[in-house]
Design a protein around this ligand. Structure first.
Ligand code: BDR
Ligand code: CA
Length: 305
């Protein structure tokens, strides 16, 4: 079993990633922390609790609420895509538990220090909590096996021409994370815009079981839909954890732009000239989109509501 901690801002694709992670028998989700991003942190926290309660796992998986706003930049949400609640499309019952009585950063520190083995940190929101953790408690670094982070792009952004949403929302946090000396896997738009969940897959999910119906209903309400399918950005991180052989990776040094028209850009040192060939990230550059669809449907079929 892979021990993981999920730092997230549900968010429709975050909710889908969380659903797969907590139901997959190969993943041991030790903690879920929330951050402001798609919507405010009070809403992302409620949404995480709703998903965990939906699957009857509230007793096993603690949730800790994190940063209310980025380190420096003013907060801007993405409610136009994810709805006012952050998870529109399905009428969830109220969650059965409350968040922990400690902040995300303290919960992360304590759980990591208490772990006998390094833990994979999966970040599917902005990296504000991660940056605060790494800068306030650098002693936890050996307990982080790697950070698998959705965000960034080697090509065009989805927020501005240059920047992807998670990095754009808190570029200063992204900069701290990429400079922390912890292994990073960047799952960016280069793959998440390829691995679209097709409308055929979505139809099969709808009729699979009650969990599939819930996921279908929230995914279909996503404001970011293309003609051939819906990008499930954050779900790609979980796919990577379980099937790394189905993605193509390249090693680069990634720098983060923190101002100007390219604010939030993830710049890869593709010529290896600027950083002397040193690398700080494994960057996903290609993915088997058909396998991603088959895998997601199979994961849904195994979910118990
Ligand atoms: C990222 O932005 C958010 O809106 C999604 O949840 C995902 O994490 C994609 O750019
Ligand atoms: Ca997200």
């Amino acid at each position: 079993m892979q021990p993981i901690i999920l730092d997230t801002d549900p968010g429709i694709d975050d909710a889908a990633a969380l659903s797969v992670a907590i139901n997959n028998p190969e993943l041991d989700v030790r903690l879920v922390t929330t951050v402001a991003g798609n919507v405010t942190v009070d809403k992302t926290t409620i949404n995480a609790l709703k998903i965990i309660s939906f699957f009857g796992k509230a007793a096993q998986i603690p949730v800790a609420a994190g940063a209310e706003q980025p380190l420096i930049k003013p907060f801007e949400d993405a409610a136009r895509i994810h709805g006012e609640s952050g998870m529109r499309g399905y009428d969830f019952p109220a969650p059965t538990t409350a968040p922990l009585n400690q902040t995300a950063v303290v919960a992360l520190k304590e759980r990591l220090l208490a772990s006998s083995e390094p833990v994979t940190l999966v970040a599917t929101g902005s990296y504000t909590n991660v940056a605060l953790l790494l800068s306030e408690y650098p002693e936890i670094k050996p307990k982080i096996a790697r950070i698998v982070a959705m965000g960034g792009t080697l090509g065009q952004g989805n927020m501005t021409s240059a920047a992807e949403f998670n990095v754009f929302t808190d570029p200063h946090a992204a900069k701290i994370m990429y400079q922390a000396g912890v292994p990073i896997v960047m799952i960016g738009l280069d793959v998440t815009h390829k691995a679209l969940l097709t409308y055929d897959t979505l139809q099969a999910i709808e009729t699979a079981n009650p969990a599939g119906k819930m996921l279908h209903d929230i995914i279909i309400s996503d404001g970011d839909q293309g003609a051939t399918g819906v990008a499930m950005h954050d779900v790609n991180t979980i796919f990577y954890l379980l099937h790394p052989e189905l993605l193509t990776m390249k090693s680069y040094w990634i720098d983060i732009v923190t101002d100007g028209p390219a604010n939030g850009a993830t710049v890869a040192d593709v010529r290896g000239a600027y950083h002397d060939g040193k690398v700080n990230a494994e960057v996903a550059v290609d993915i088997d989109a058909a396998a991603f669809n088959r895998w997601f449907l199979a994961e849904v079929r195994h979910m118990h509501h």
